[in-house]
Design a protein around this ligand. Structure first.
Ligand code: DI6
Ligand code: FE
Length: 402
């Protein structure tokens, strides 16, 4: 057993005021939290077996559950910085597409990369997240768009967890975009590539969940439904990029498959929020893409509140619409741009992010939860959303390993 003392705990176990406990003690047994409460009430302190207890002075740190980034595309080849500059110099979208730009340039770079060439840059991005106290990162495929490269992306994602102290959750996103070779045949692409890739990746044990991009520039609800049917057949949970750029009905489709999350949602409405509430889906809010695309349609945060839809917040780290590797910045953006409260946001990068990944026992400081912790040099948890470009992390503790 270990006892952490001289700390303020942000337990998130209470429904109000973050479940803050001042002058607290946190008791850890193996990798799990055994007890969290006021130091003076700690039943383990005057224990006869005190010798077997290791105490750790947190020196006044504020401790939250470690953070969780529940929607990323950190594995991919290349980047789109030059394209970014060309756009700012006035190049049009079509001009760039003809010059091989956009998502298909990332697909080409990803296909050309070896496994190690996918892992190395992803590790750099991952290290930025880890430096901010992140303990779980979800990683999607979706830049391979052929059977071998979709699997290769997921292998690269899984390999990250052998190189860092991090849990990686892998999501199959074969229905992300239409590759050049299927330009006019989205249905054929679903049959010939997406479904067989999903089967192959699943057979290799590479898939924790199945995602899609339901959008005018991507796939229709009917096409996504075919992918979801296969996911269901394989016993895999689903999630969806929906209503990001327009209202196409992806949210209701996802809800009808009991999606664990629906993500983006700028163009979602109160009906969609209701459907998500009934299905138990988490709304994943992605301010990085909103910011990068200079979107003006705000996600319906009030409707999510009214219907008690849990909200998560994530980076959506990807080379096109959200080249962002800071979850703390995503937190700040969610407050300033979407008027989410710092408390909603902190819950959104901890236990609701876990829920968006189908994980039950993480993201709170309470008995039975895994002891994944972030120690911060701050006085109040609102500071995590308040500051811009500032990282007060002192240390991360994974699985109770002090
Ligand atoms: N939504 C997005 O904004 C990105 N993917 C998605 O599903 C775009 C990805 C890219 O441009 O590379
Ligand atoms: Fe995304």
């Amino acid at each position: 057993m270990k006892i952490i003392h001289n700390a303020t705990l942000v337990t998130l176990s209470d429904d109000h005021d973050y479940g803050i406990i001042k002058d607290a003690a946190l008791v850890i047994n193996d990798d799990k939290i055994e007890w969290a409460g006021a130091y003076r009430d700690c039943p383990y302190l005057n224990n006869a077996k005190m010798d077997a207890i290791i105490t750790h002075d947190a020196k006044g740190a504020l401790i939250t559950p470690a953070l969780i980034d529940c929607h990323t595309h950190i594995v991919h080849g290349g980047d789109r910085a030059v394209e970014f500059e060309m756009r700012l110099n006035g190049a049009g979208y079509e001009e760039l597409a003809r010059a091989g730009g956009g998502i298909n340039s990332t697909v080409r770079a990803t296909r050309a990369a070896t496994l190690d060439e996918l892992i190395a840059p992803a590790l750099i991005r991952l290290d930025h997240l880890i430096a901010e106290g992140v303990c779980i990162v979800e990683v999607k495929s979706g830049y391979g768009l052929d059977i071998e490269t979709e699997c290769q992306m997921l292998r690269a994602a899984r390999a990250l967890s052998a190189k860092r102290d991090i849990m990686i959750k892998t999501t199959f996103l074969g229905a992300h975009a239409l590759p050049d070779e299927y330009r006019d045949n989205p249905d054929e692409y679903i049959d010939a590539v997406v479904i067989p890739s999903l089967e192959a990746a699943h057979a290799e044990g590479l898939v924790d969940a199945v995602d899609g991009f339901c959008e005018g520039i991507a796939f229709t609800p009917a096409q996504i439904a075919r992918v979801f049917d296969k996911a269901k057949e394989l016993g895999l949970p689903v999630k969806l990029h929906a209503e990001q750029l327009s209202h196409l009905g992806g949210t209701k489709l996802a809800a009808s498959y009991a999606a664990i999350s629906v993500d983006h949602l700028e163009y979602a409405n109160a009906d969609d929020a209701k459907a998500m509430a009934d299905a138990g889906s988490v709304a994943v809010i992605l301010p990085g893409a909103f910011y990068t695309l200079r979107e003006t349609q705000l996600p319906p945060i009030d409707a999510f509140r009214q219907h008690n839809v849990p909200m998560a917040v994530s980076t959506d780290c990807n080379p096109g619409s959200s080249p962002m590797t800071s979850l703390l910045l995503a937190m700040n953006m969610s407050a300033t741009m979407f008027r989410m409260t710092p408390e909603e946001i902190l819950r959104g990068v901890t236990h609701y992010a876990a829920k968006a990944l189908g994980i039950e026992n993480r993201g709170r400081l309470a008995k039975g939860y895994v002891a994944d912790l972030a120690f911060w040099q701050i006085k109040h948890p609102a500071e995590l959303s308040y500051r811009i470009g500032y990282n007060p992390l002192i240390r991360r503790v994974i699985g109770g390993q002090l």
